[in-house]
Design a protein around this ligand. Structure first.
Ligand code: PGA
Length: 251
């Protein structure tokens, strides 16, 4: 499996700025041994889709609402995203859980709706600093996974991804220690294996940058990255891609 590098642009860039960044990145050439997914803001999606149509790059949305349709002013549904010809959607990002009070039930509903619309969900889980300090990392991960995947039947659809993003490592410049990442990814893999009998890719997210990407990518069960801050500039993003390409050792 190729490493997956997901660029989460969060609330940054107008459509014009998004296109400029896409140009800067794509002009450096796409290495054939990584899968790159861009997550622009909703308003930039149509322009980016237009630009990258028929390219090897993939595109996703940063969120969907937890209802199928109806009177929910300002919200965007899974089928609306799908109609734009995009493939992926981020679900349950910790910034949404933290600032917009998104809960596990809504995350579960969103996963159901994403799968129904044939979008590939990237489901974010991870502990807060307080939870880690209280020794609750493992139970928090298990609880988030079990509720996210409750009643999710994947018999006909194997396109689903999990991102382990310790909340305290996001946007802080702090990266989890390698052995902590190894433990968390092993736990996620084991927990998912008891529910499903196929391999679900697990990304790591939390202050991934050009300096740490090469060593993080070779941790067992790290199948790629969800990158925030370092994906906002072509230099740092392309450097991450190059460092992964050069250093990825798994067959
Ligand atoms: P960061 O963000 O790389 O800036 O820590 C990661 C994320 O929020 O997905």
């Amino acid at each position: 499996m190729k490493p997956i590098i997901a660029a989460n642009w969060k609330m940054n860039f107008t459509p014009e700025e998004s296109l400029r960044l896409i140009d800067d990145i794509t002009s450096q050439g796409l290495p054939s041994n990584v899968d790159i997914i861009f997550f622009p803001s909703f308003v930039s999606l149509p322009a980016v889709v237009d630009k990258l149509l028929d390219s090897a790059y993939s595109i996703g949305g940063q969120n969907i609402f937890h209802k199928e349709n109806g009177a929910f002013t300002g919200e965007i549904s899974a089928s609306m995203l799908k109609a734009l010809n995009i493939q992926y959607v981020i679900i349950g990002h910790s910034e949404r859980r933290q600032y917009l009070h998104e809960n596990d039930k809504q995350v579960n509903d969103k996963i159901q709706l994403a799968l129904k619309a044939e979008l590939v969900p990237i489901i974010c889980i991870g502990e807060t600093l307080k939870e880690r300090e209280n020794g609750q990392t493992d139970p928090v991960i298990k609880e988030q996974l079990n509720s996210a995947f409750e009643n999710i039947n994947l018999d006909n659809q194997k396109n689903i991804i999990v991102a382990y993003e310790p909340v305290w490592a996001i946007g802080t410049g702090l990266t989890a220690e390698k052995n902590k990442i190894l433990d968390a990814h092993s736990l996620i893999k084991e927990t998912l294996e008891t529910i499903y009998n196929f391999n679900i890719p697990i990304l790591y997210g939390g202050s991934v940058n050009a300096d740490n990407a090469a060593s993080l990518i070779n941790i067992e069960n790290v199948d790629g990255f969800l990158v925030g801050g370092a994906s906002l500039k072509s230099e740092s993003f392309c450097q991450i891609v190059k460092n992964i390409t050069k250093n990825f050792e798994r067959s």
